[in-house]
Design a protein around this ligand. Structure first.
Ligand code: FAD
Length: 513
């Protein structure tokens, strides 16, 4: 009798949950595929390629050590064109049977595999994806009858359902959300201890060489490579974060500093999105650390971190699952400009953007506020086509996956969906950047100047953005006052500002600013 096969995708590298959790080596075969279509079909950051290939191969090595038979297709194997062709080939070779797969997070992955399994005389059995804290039913019940989706409401529902940070049915400490305490300016005195850098071993060094030689479309630098590629390293990254950076996660959450790529952030999206860590164990580790009386973790830090994982991460997953298909291709603000060359690392006078892109090139990582208020914000202000912004995020970030980028990039950052999950666009001018980042200090522009050659282009772009969309924003409760303030301005001043903004925009799009 043929043994059933478990297909393990590159973002499901887990034996804590799912089909491999209780499987014995003599019961199942494992199939893993480095899909050529995915790896070579679009540009990726060099470190993302190293990360995914090294983590998948490590996972297969560990399974083999434990006695599992693993059929592993490398991206240069003719049978690894995509998952479907590999499954077809595998079932034919081993006799038709069943392939078990944890439901993929990304749309469009399971259907071709199911069809290929059937063509080979077998079938695909999809089981629940257990790499989540919340199940579909919790979200689907909560969402019923709601016209707008806001993370905060779902977050509270998750807290009630799980009992996390709850006491007698009430939020611990009396407040649901301490976000107001998490907007401090950058603390330029403190030196955040960086996340552990995992020295590449021979296996990882081999992959680095392979990526440098075989992926001409890669972007960014493959070395130095520092990321966790197996469970042991991922657990260590989690532990170090809890011990060293969680305490300032709260107040410095929205801050940005040039030369400090990680600040007090966890950088755990990388192992989380591979499946090396389960979100529940991440939250439990942080809570245990905060509850230990000897460590002084402020409430705003632990609540802020927990909210990211059980709130934002879960919410975004469900928004993608239920609304993601409709978000693709949406362009509510009719933004059609091409992505400016500065995004690929061409010189720019915008110090905030130039330094963030430089950081990305070197590390493959940017923290949330850099993604939202620099990378996303500038693209939105100058009206870049949202699908181009999405493709760029795919190519430049290590933790990029469709399920998480579609809501974050198209929804939260570009407002392309017209506000499915946010009550207003995340748009800001130079004032915000000046307040929350130290980048303006090294910039040739002056964030405080309103007019003149030294005025920061972001100021003009912000008002031009408001001007372009004033009809839409005038009926938005959170944007109405800004529109009114713009309309009250002297007509000649508005004209002058808009002309300058358009001049700057044209130069920026042409790579001349
Ligand atoms: P921390 O600040 O330490 O937060 C802890 C964890 O919370 C993260 O590891 C992550 O798992 C989760 N989290 C926090 N915010 C979000 C969110 N909005 N959506 C989903 N999870 C969240 N996240 C990705 O994992 N992959 C992406 O490709 C991605 N693209 C983004 C693009 C844009 C334009 C924006 C605005 C956000 C994007 N995010 C993405 C969400 C968020 O910025 C990253 O998860 C976070 O910056 C990762 O760094 P960290 O692990 O240090 O996070």
């Amino acid at each position: 009798m043929t043994r059933p096969t478990v297909l393990v995708l590159g973002d499901q590298l887990t034996r804590q949950v799912g089909p491999l959790a209780n499987a014995r080596p003599d019961e199942v075969r494992v199939l893993m595929v480095e899909s050529r279509a995915l790896l070579h079909g679009a540009a990726h950051h060099a470190q993302k390629l190293v990360l995914v290939l090294a983590a998948m191969r490590r996972f297969a090595d560990a399974l083999r050590r434990d006695g599992f038979e693993v059929a592993y297709h490398q991206h240069d194997d003719p049978a690894s064109d995509d998952f479907a062709s590999a499954v077809h080939d595998h079932l034919r070779r081993h006799g038709a049977g069943e392939v078990t797969l944890m439901t993929p997070n990304d749309h469009g992955v399971a259907e071709p595999i199911a069809a290929a399994a059937e063509r080979a005389g077998g079938r695909l059995r999809q089981v629940a994806n257990e790499l989540w804290i919340t199940d579909d039913a919790l979200f689907d019940r909560w969402v019923e009858g709601r016209r707008t989706l806001r993370m905060e409401g779902f977050y509270r529902e998750v807290r009630r359902a799980t009992g996390i940070l709850m006491e007698d049915g009430e939020p611990l400490g009396g407040r649901w959300n301490y976000d107001a305490d998490n907007r401090a300016r950058p603390d330029t005195e403190a030196s955040p201890p960086p996340p552990p850098a995992f020295e590449p071993d021979a296996r990882v060094r081999e992959v680095i060489k392979e990526v440098e030689a075989g992926f001409p479309h890669r972007w960014g630098e493959a070395r130095p490579f520092r990321w966790p590629v197996d469970r042991e390293q991922a657990l260590r990254a989690l532990d170090v974060f809890c011990r060293e950076r969680l305490r300032r996660f709260g107040d410095q959450q929205d801050a940005m500093r040039v030369g400090e790529p990680f600040l007090w952030h966890s950088t755990l999206s990388v192992p989380l999105n591979l499946g090396l860590l389960h979100p529940r164990e991440v939250v439990d580790a942080a809570l245990a650390h905060a509850e230990d009386g000897r460590r002084r973790i402020p409430t705003n830090a632990i609540e802020g971190f927990v909210r990211q994982v059980i709130g934002w991460r879960e919410f975004v997953h469900h928004v993608y699952r239920t609304r993601g298909a409709a978000m693709h291709g949406a362009n509510a603000l009719q933004a059609h400009a091409p992505l400016p060359p500065a995004y690929w690392g061409e010189p720019t006078q915008l110090h905030c953007l130039g330094t963030t892109v430089g950081q990305l090139r070197r590390t493959g990582y940017a923290h949330h506020i850099q993604r939202l208020m620099v990378l996303g914000n500038v693209a939105q202000l100058v009206g870049v086509d949202p699908e181009q912004v999405l493709a760029w995020f795919t190519a430049t970030h290590l933790d990029a996956l469709d399920w998480v980028m579609v809501p974050n990039v198209l929804g939260m950052s570009q407002y392309a969906d017209g506000g499915t999950m946010t009550s207003k666009p995340y748009a800001a001018g130079a004032n915000y950047l000046h307040k929350m980042s130290d980048a303006c200090a090294g910039c040739r522009f002056d964030p405080k100047a309103k007019h003149g050659e030294d005025a920061c282009p972001l100021t003009g772009w912000y008002w031009a953005f408001i001007d372009r969309h004033q009809e839409r924003f005038a009926s938005n409760a959170r944007m109405r006052m800004i529109v009114a303030a713009w309309r009250k301005r002297d007509a000649a001043e508005r004209k002058r500002l808009l002309e300058r903004a358009e001049r700057d925009r044209a130069a920026f799009l042409a790579g001349e600013l």
